[in-house]
Design a protein around this ligand. Structure first.
Ligand code: NAP
Ligand code: NAG
Ligand code: NAG
Length: 241
C-alpha cells in the first residue's frame, strides 16, 4: 500500500476506521517510526522484566512508542515530557507507568524513583541533557532507540549530534547499543506494520492523541508550536471536512 513516502499513495480507509488523519500519525509514518524503531533497535523481549523510558513521550512518536513498549512486553514504561497536563495524559489515558515533567521536576531523582531497577530500553526523541541523564541510569546491555534529537535541531551540529565524553564512556563500559535509525530504510516492512498498528488502534489497545488546528493558514504557527511543545500527540492541520 505504501510503495514509497516520496510519492502519492493510495490508502485504505478501513485501516483507520474512517479517521483519515490517523494516516498522518498513528497509522502512518509516526506509528511506523515507533513500531519499527522498537522492533529493529529496542530488543524488547516478553518476560524479560524490562523498563523502557521514552523522551518526548507526549509527542506523536513518543506517545505511540510508549504504548507499543508496553504491548511488546516491557513491565514498566516511563515517559518524560514538558508539562503536567502531558504527564497526566500519559499515565491516565495511555497507560504509562509514570511520567516526569522535565521542566518542573528533578529528572535524575524522579527517574531513580520511577525506574528502581534501572533502564533497559530508551526510546530517544530529544537528545541533549535529558538523554545524558537517562543513559546514566541504563543497565548493562541496554539499548537506545535513536529516533530523534529535537533539543539539538536549532544548533549548527551534524546529525546525530556528538555526545559528551561521559555519555560515550557509559555506552562503551555498559555495552549499550545506540545505532542510527531512519524509518525510511525499513519501508519493506511498512505494510505488515501498518496492519498491526491498525488492529491495535481499532481494538483500543493503542489510544491516539491529536492536537488539531483549522485552516492551511495555521500551518506555520502550528509547526512552530509543535517544535516548542504546544502539541499533545500528533499536530494536525484540518483543511476540510
Ligand atoms: N528516525 C526516524 O525515522 C524519525 C521519523 C519521524 C520522526 N523522528 C523524530 O521523532 C521525534 C519526535 O517527532 P514527532 O514528529 O513525533 O514530534 P512531536 O514529538 O509530536 O513534537 C515534538 C515534541 O518535542 C518536544 N521538545 C521540543 N523541544 C524540546 C527540547 N528542547 N527538549 C525536550 N523536548 C523537546 C516537545 O514536547 P515537550 O512539551 O515534551 O517539550 C514537542 O511536543 C523528533 O526528534 C523527530 O525528528 C524520527
Ligand atoms: C523485575 O525488576 C524489578 C526492578 O525493576 C525488580 O524489583 C523485580 O524483582 C523484578 N522481577 C522479577 C520477576 O525478576
Ligand atoms: C554486548 O552487546 C551485544 C549486543 O547487545 C551482545 O551481542 C554482546 O554479547 C555484548 N557483549 C558483552 C561483552 O556483554
Amino acid at each position: 500500500m505504501y510503495q514509497s513516502f516520496r510519492s502519492v499513495k493510495l490508502v485504505d480507509p478501513q485501516l483507520v476506521d474512517g479517521h483519515l488523519s490517523y494516516f498522518l500519525g498513528a497509522i502512518g509514518i509516526t506509528g511506523l517510526t515507533a513500531l519499527l524503531g522498537i522492533r529493529e533497535k529496542g530488543n524488547v523481549t516478553k518476560g524479560a522484566n524490562q523498563t523502557m523510558v521514552v523522551s518526548g513521550a507526549a509527542g506523536a512518536c513518543g506517545s505511540i512508542a510508549g504504548q507499543i513498549g508496553r504491548l511488546d512486553g516491557c513491565v514498566r514504561v516511563v515517559g518524560i515530557c514538558g508539562s503536567d497536563e502531558k504527564c497526566r495524559a500519559l499515565v491516565e489515558d495511555l497507560g504509562f507507568s509514570a511520567a516526569i515533567n522535565y521542566r518542573q521536576e528533578d529528572v535524575p531523582a524522579r527517574l531513580k524513583e520511577c525506574c528502581p531497577g534501572g533502564v533497559d530500553v530508551y526510546f530517544d526523541n530529544v537528545g541533549g541533557t535529558i538523554s545524558d541523564t537517562v543513559i546514566a541510569q541504563m543497565n548493562n546491555g541496554g539499548h537506545v532507540i535513536l529516533c530523534g534529537q529535537i533539543s539539538q535541531y536549532n544548533k549548527d551540529v551534524p546529525y546525530p549530534p556528538p555526545l559528551s565524553d561521559e555519555t560515550q564512556d557509559t555506552l562503551r563500559s555498559k555495552n549499550i547499543t545506540r545505532e542510527r535509525f531512519t524509518v525510511l530504510n525499513y519501508m519493506n516492512k511498512a505494510d505488515a506494520a501498518l496492519c498491526e498498528l491498525s488492529q491495535w488502534v481499532k481494538s483500543g489497545q493503542i489510544k491516539v492523541l491529536e492536537t488539531v488546528v483549522n485552516g492551511i493558514g495555521s500551518m506555520g504557527d502550528a509547526f512552530c508550536s509543535m517544535m516548542k511543545g504546544g502539541n499533545i500527540g500528533k499536530q494536525i492541520i484540518k483543511i476540510s471536512e
